[in-house]
Design a protein around this ligand. Structure first.
Ligand SMILES: NC(=O)c1ccc[n+]([C@@H]2O[C@H](COP(=O)([O-])OP(=O)(O)OC[C@H]3O[C@@H](n4cnc5c(N)ncnc54)[C@H](O)[C@@H]3O)[C@@H](O)[C@H]2O)c1
Length: 344
């Protein structure tokens, strides 16, 4: 059982769920976050209240919130001392920001992940890191067929043996891939018990999604707020979306099983949904059809991903539970209760 956990990016969307998950289990939890969340600035939300929202929530449930940076090895060493698990969710997660500010992207994602692993090695702490399915690259786009509302692929699922970095690359591809490679390096070279979770599209409560990052929440917020939404490309882009708490269960499964390596973590074929289908579902749940405009596809976009989660099922004994309709309804309810965060 985890007694004390350091969660980098703990005040972010996924990190806050990890913190809550371990507080509910009675663990001591440190949220380690520099409170930047760069992509918030461009959402048009009430940025200052949105920024403090997660840290206020965490303080309220007894999480120790530390304002510190993963680029600072010394601070990481100090704050992780005595922990028995590190979960590294801090990142520059947006592809758009990666090409606008490649230095921020590489220092955060490459050096940040390296520092977390180096800290874990020195303190001998098992560690789980967040990669992304983008590390496979967008050559996958050339293997798809176009159905009425989504892109399709046969076979549906993509496993961890699929080649990485194929296609047109952005700084985010390189930086998240480097983090994933460093997890293997620290495992192979130093026997660090470390896993890299290659995550698909995540959604859930406390997700301050905008056009740069977090598309399910971006669409859901705009639908509830009666704001128009923009789709880049055809809208047939599809993902096996996964609810945040299902990923918390996967982190915990890794702590118990300690089988190092890379894992594709997503909802699997049952949760595949396209942007157009998600917009339809939102209209159905809210009872009003969002206004949609279409803009050209963005540089680097990946049109399709479904995780083959066979390895995670087998090695971690884990599988996701929450289906899109149930998860999106929880998300909508949270947005309705927190309209003030978005300027409503
Ligand atoms: N949300 C998704 O759909 C998705 C998909 C695939 C992978 N991921 C990965 O999952 C992880 C969590 O994503 P998220 O959606 O919760 O992102 P998020 O932006 O909500 O949270 C990231 C947090 O990291 C913090 N942070 C950024 N730079 C930092 C630094 N230098 N030092 C300390 N803290 C820093 C931010 O302030 C923020 O609170 C990331 O690694 C991301 O790449 C997310």
């Amino acid at each position: 059982m985890v007694k004390k956990v350091l969660v980098t990016g703990g005040c972010g969307f996924l990190g806050s769920h990890v913190c809550e998950f371990y507080r509910q289990k009675g663990a001591e939890v440190i949220a380690y976050d520099n409170m930047t969340k760069q992509e918030l600035q461009r959402t048009g939300f009430a940025v200052e209240s949105a920024r403090s929202y997660c840290s206020d929530f965490l303080n309220g449930i007894g999480v120790q919130v530390v304002r510190a940076d993963v680029r600072n090895l010394g601070e990481l060493m100090d704050h992780s001392s005595g922990c028995d698990y590190i979960i590294h969710t801090a990142a520059q997660p947006a592809m758009t920001i990666s090409w606008e500010d490649p230095l921020l992207d590489t220092t955060t994602n490459v050096m940040g992940t390296f520092n977390v692993l180096e800290t874990a090695r020195k303190h001998k702490i098992p560690t789980a890191c967040c990669a992304t399915i983008h590390i496979y690259g967008n050559e996958i786009n050339n293997t798809l067929k176009e159905a009425e509302t989504r892109y399709v692929r046969d076979p549906m699922g993509i496993d961890e043996n699929h080649p990485t970095l194929e296609g047109t690359l952005t700084p985010l591809h390189a930086s998240k891939h480097a983090g994933d490679v460093y997890v293997k390096v620290f495992n192979d070279t130093y026997n660090l018990e470390a896993a890299s979770f290659r995550l698909t599209g995540i959604y859930g409560t406390r997700q301050l999604g905008g056009e740069d990052h977090g598309w399910v929440a971006n669409f859901a917020i705009r639908s509830v707020m009666d704001w128009p939404l923009t789709v880049f490309g055809t809208g047939k882009q599809a993902r096996d979306i996964i609810y945040a708490t299902d990923i918390c269960e996967a982190f915990d499964a890794f702590y118990r099983t300690r089988k190092p390596g890379a894992y594709n973590i997503g909802g699997g074929p049952d949760t595949l949904i396209s942007l157009l289908e998600c917009i339809d579902m939102l209209g159905d749940i809210t009872g009003k059809k969002p206004t949609v405009t279409f803009d050209p596809v963005r540089h680097g976009d990946l049109f399709y991903f479904v995780c083959d989660i066979t390895k995670a099922k087998r090695d971690l004994g884990w599988e996701p539970k929450i289906k899109p309709r149930e998860g999106v309804e929880m998300l909508i309810e949270w947005i309705r209760e927190n309209k003030n965060l978005f300027g409503g």
